[in-house]
Design a binder for this molecule. Sequence first.
Ligand code: GCW
Length: 665
Amino acid sequence: MTSDAPAPGRSLREHAMWLPDDRFAALRGRTVSVLGEGTVVDTVRAEAARAGMTAAASTPDILILPAGDAAAQGLGDLPTADLSAEGFVHHVREGRVVVAYGGPNGALYGWFHHVRHLALGGGDGTTRHEPLHELRMLDHWDNVAVHPHMGQVERGYADGSIFYQEGMLRDDLARVERYARLLASIGINRVTINNVNVGRREARLLTDDLGSVERLAAIFRPWGIRTHLSVNFASPLTLGDLDTSDPLEPTVQRWWTDAAARVYARIPDFGGFLVKADSEGQPGPYAYGRDHADGANMLARALAAHGGLVHWRAFVYNHRQDWRDRTTDRARAAYDTFAPLDGRFDDNVVLQVKFGPLDFQVREPVSPVIPAMTRTRVALELQVTQEYTGQQQHAVYLGPQWSEILAFRPTGDDGPMLAEIVAGGIAAVSNVGADAFWTGHPLAQANLYAYGRLAWDPVLEPGTILDEWIALTFGHDETARRGIRSILDDSWRTYESYTAPLGVCFMVSPLNRHYGPDVDGYEYSAWGTYHFADRDGIGVDRSVATGTGYAGQYAEPWASRYESLDTVPDELILFFHHVPYTHRLHSGRTVIQHIYDTHFAGVERVREMVAAWDALEGRLPDDVHARGRERFAEQLRSATEWRDQINTYFWRKSGIADETGRTIF
Ligand code: GCW
């Protein structure tokens, strides 16, 4: 254990995540000059003071200045040409540091980049940094009032909300400020402060409780973060002012225009509205025979004059299906609904699309809606909260999954990556709560960190991001680094291996809130049918030739690749095809043997993860280690349950024994 790692045994009331004070130690006593004006630049000054630096006008150790001033300071050689507002150039020579920034947020990002640089032991050099996307957003599914089924934070696995408690905004928001700082350090610049399922209490954030929004926005603002609000489409009706919320009705339009004007009068940099409409029971334009473009544009027009955005979610499907009806395929829904509307959305509408056609499963193909909407600003939506990936009981590092999604090339190897075509940027659902470690499982902090870093630069290697996160969070200890890397590197694939196989989805327990196995849990439900297993085979036929036609929603080469058993990737075969258990995969194994092998291997991998964690005792703070130990015990129990239920289910269905005779029940 080296000196800059947190002392073992120290008890933490609130974990510092990746910004412990120790990481700023090298800056103590050094001199700094921060040039430029504004709230965010002032934040950088305050950061430097907090790190124990002294302000010095001439020859400071660290000079942070607007790129436009670089030449006048004799720094004309720095590569600052056309630097975007959030970009910066970081230059280190013989211990002297220059950060030349494009705009205020760039100053803040340059500052935190330097902290990262120090943590990684970086040396001299000049690097230029700019985010690929302007919109890097984090969405909170926090409720103000505790929801009877969903609790304070919907799909939250880290205790209550850091914003709200018992039906109100918290009095003490000091923790939100620490959160804003953490988010700024990874480049997040937009936050939605309430759940997309907007209840009666939450709808009032837009009207008589606007003061709560104003208070939160004031905390986020100095950190370069703009505040967004989820709104309820039926608000003009349900808040009691009008008898309709028809988007084409002038009184409704005026209601929203007035509401928006009131927001901007108090929050001039307000980001805009996030809307879940006509989805899972939320109200929307369908009630009036209008479509999603009518609805989104009506809100967009209320915000346009103020520079606000509407993030309109594409998560629209029929959740009242009859499982007997084999023609309905939930995977098709978003494309069928939105592709015909391409070109009809106003410029300040961002269509926010989940990464896959279903719902944040551990494995899904990339949504065909994203590349299809060429005349619409589309944002990619990811889920940092681990609803379907172990609920922060299981250690699952999602960086590799996101990286694979971002690097997907919807029009083939010569075309652009998905990351390049999402002009509306990236959004994700937060995994943070009032828990002492913020995220329940301490290792789940890595997911929030990775999300911010990938939203900034989608081609960063997930392993490199992990190294950054480990160095910042735990300091330089090579054994700890290797231990944590060995646990997290493949943890997403490990989780996949002991849960639903080969791209089949939703084998989770509906009764236990999507945690743990229930092979048939959704098979006869109104929410869609997902595996169609019988004695001969398994999978959903989504081919054009004989199935639901979903494969045809892709552009080439993917439409043909997914259509044919010869070319569909193994990991998605059951998403696209119904095949016999004896079908041979490209790997050479049969489907049934693949199911057995991966489930046995997955649990063995978890055992290794547990052993690797145990070996870190004494190298990590005791409370971090103890919390992890509890979680790893649960992960092993749960993975074993998954293995045995899945293997037993398919052995009983198929009657085909495991080739190597392992125990199946
Ligand atoms: O993943 C599902 C969740 C719902 C959620 C919904 C959505 C906020 O189970 O809890 O609702 O998606 O994304 O709107």
